[in-house]
Structures are given as C-alpha cells and as structure tokens.
Design a protein around this ligand. Structure first.
Ligand code: MTE
Length: 323
C-alpha cells in the first residue's frame, strides 16, 4: 500500500500572498508601526484576544505581542506557519512546496453545486455565499492524522445554514463533498496513485453540528490557495483529512459515500476518523502530537478537545473501531 503521508519539518518562508501582505502593510503604516514582526496578529484581532499593550521607555505605546487564542488558551499559529505547511495532494505530497505550486491557482468565478436528496438544489457562486452568510471567525485546532497540529483562525459560516437552504429530504442520511478536478492547474492530479477528485463525507447529523463550517478565509482575509480556496470544510473534531479543500460539489445521499482515503487505505483512514488518542493508527501512536512551532509534544485530546459538543453524536458506537 502506498504510504500517502510523509513527515517534514516546518521551515520559515517568505511566501505571503501579496494582497494579504499589502493589507497588513497598509494597516501597520496607518498605526505607525515600524516592523512587521509580531504584528500580524494584532492586525486582524477583532475577537478572542488576550494580551495587553506595552509601553516603551518614553511611556509611549509600542507594538504589543497580542495573540489570539483558542478556547483552551492555546495561541493561534502564525500566518506563515498555516500557509507554508500544508497537505494538499492535488499539488504535491511535499507540505513545504504546496504554497509555491498553488500560488497561481485560479478561483475566479468559483461555484459550488449543492444537489442530491434535497428539495431545492442550487448552484451557488462563492461571492453570493460570502455575501449571504455572515462570515464568522472560528479559532479551531486542526489535528492531522499524521500527529501534528495547529490552531487556525478561520473565517466561514456554519454548514448547516447552507443545508437548511436546500432543504434535505427525509431519505438524506449523508453528505458527500467533492473537490475540484483540474489536472492542468493541479500537477498532483496527474498521479494515478489517487482516485481523483478528492472526496469526503459526513453523516447528516455530523454535518448539522454547529462546529462544522465552510471556511472562506483565515486571519481575517480570503482563503489562500494552499489552504483550500475558494471554499473548504472544517470539522475540527476529526482528523484533518476530513476537512476537504476546494469544494465544488456537495451532494446529499442515502448511503455512505466513498471517500478518497477510504478507497486508498480503509484500514488506516476510517470514514468517521474522529480524533481519538486511544486508537492508534496502524503505523503510529495517536496519543500525542507535535504542535507546529512548539518544542516537545502535547497529549492528544479526545475529539480534539471538542467532546462536549460532539460526543453525543457517537453514543452507542464502539469508538475503538476504525469505521
Ligand atoms: N483536501 C484536498 N482536496 N486535498 C488534500 O490533499 N488534505 C487534507 C485536508 N484537506 C487535503 C484536503 C489533510 S490530510 C489535511 S491535514 C488538511 O487538509 C490540511 O489543511 P491545511 O493545509 O489548511 O492545514
């Protein structure tokens, strides 16, 4: 069986989408700040902020190391980390090259078709979705099945809002997501090792959980290509591979849909794939994880720390099993 994942170290990088970089520069200039270091967070920190301004020797306010945190108090990862260490097999299996290869990925006129067992199937333009549904910031931990993690300040809206709009029929039990298939733009899709396009799925009640969002941005700006632009799923209590990027189709189905990782290695990547420190991956332990940017390891939390919100969805299921 092809080993789909490989591990690599994060390297610091200069790559920053120009638009984001310019926005930040404008903001910083307007605030009279000189350098960029430590200010990115301050530049886009409307909610969930911890920290307080400091003063310089002359008593003037200087740039504070204001850092947003998740609800457990863990600081968000830097924009550079989040956008330069990516899993995106449509481009490459090298995490540190995704940003470069995805730089020119075209998302103009992006549309998402919502179809299947619904009363009101509809194709949505991404711009309409962003206008129609208020974009909320959600700071979530992302725990990859490879045992690394980050804390990411997403912008997006609840998946359930979109599902409500198309009115699922009573026979609908699952939601299938499909990523774009465009080998011309995505060199990795020329590899026959994977059954493209990337697909994923949720049970309908999981999709209706408030934690499940469709993300259209991060760090207060639009979603960089390497993170799944124009729109992606984020389901933070599941291993990261469930959070499918670059979605073009959402389909409600009666039966459990095939997913890319289920097709490639069902014994390693189950359909539910809930973060669970008690169930090891066949090739490594899931008890702990490496938080990108930190030394040492952290203990992995059941459901990635979201048990209160999601444990009820799995009552009666044997959580030791890799479904
Ligand atoms: N979605 C698509 N379409 N293609 C992918 O290769 N990788 C998944 C997930 N979504 C992937 C995907 C995996 S394994 C992880 S860990 C996360 O995206 C990584 O998201 P990030 O790069 O934004 O951190």
């Amino acid at each position: 069986m092809h080993n789909p994942y490989s591990s690599a170290k994060v390297k610091s990088s200069e790559i920053t989408p120009e638009e984001v970089y310019l926005n930040r520069r404008e903001f910083l200039k307007s605030m009279g700040y000189v350098g960029l270091s430590g200010l990115l967070l301050a530049a886009c920190a409307p909610r969930g902020i911890s920290g307080s301004p400091e003063t310089d020797s002359a008593g003037g306010e200087i740039a504070s190391e204001v850092t947003k945190t998740d609800e457990l108090g863990d600081p968000v990862n830097t924009f550079e980390q989040i956008t330069n260490y990516n899993n995106y097999y449509e481009f490459t299996t090298d995490k540190e090259e995704v940003a470069i290869l995805a730089e020119d990925f075209q998302t103009d006129g992006w549309k998402v078709e919502v179809t299947g067992l619904v009363n009101k199937p509809k194709t949505f333009a991404i711009d309409d979705l962003v206008r129609q549904y208020p974009q909320e910031e959600r700071i979530y931990r992302l725990r990859c099945v490879e045992a690394w993690s980050m804390v990411i300040p997403w912008l997006g809206f609840p998946l359930k809002a979109l599902l409500d709009e198309v009115e699922p029929q009573s026979s609908a039990k699952y939601v299938k997501f499909t990523s774009i298939h465009n080998p011309e733009q995505m060199p990795g899709q020329n590899s026959r090792l994977f059954p493209w396009p990337y697909t994923e799925g949720l049970r309908l009640d999981e999709a209706y959980n408030d934690l499940a969002i469709l993300a259209t941005g991060l760090y207060g700006n639009s979603l960089p290509p390497q993170n799944g632009s124009a729109i992606r799923l984020v389901v933070p209590w599941k291993y990261g591979f469930k959070s499918i990027k670059a979605i073009v189709k959402i389909e409600l189905t009666e039966f459990r849909p095939d997913t890319l990782w289920n097709l490639v290695a069902p014994n390693e990547y189950g359909f539910f794939a809930n973060v669970n420190p008690e169930v090891d991956h066949p090739r490594w332990s899931q008890k702990s994880e490496r938080r990108i940017g930190e030394l040492g390891r952290r203990e992995t939390l059941m459901f990635n720390g979201y048990a209160e919100q999601v444990a009820h969805l799995y009552e009666g299921m044997d959580l030791q099993r890799n479904y």
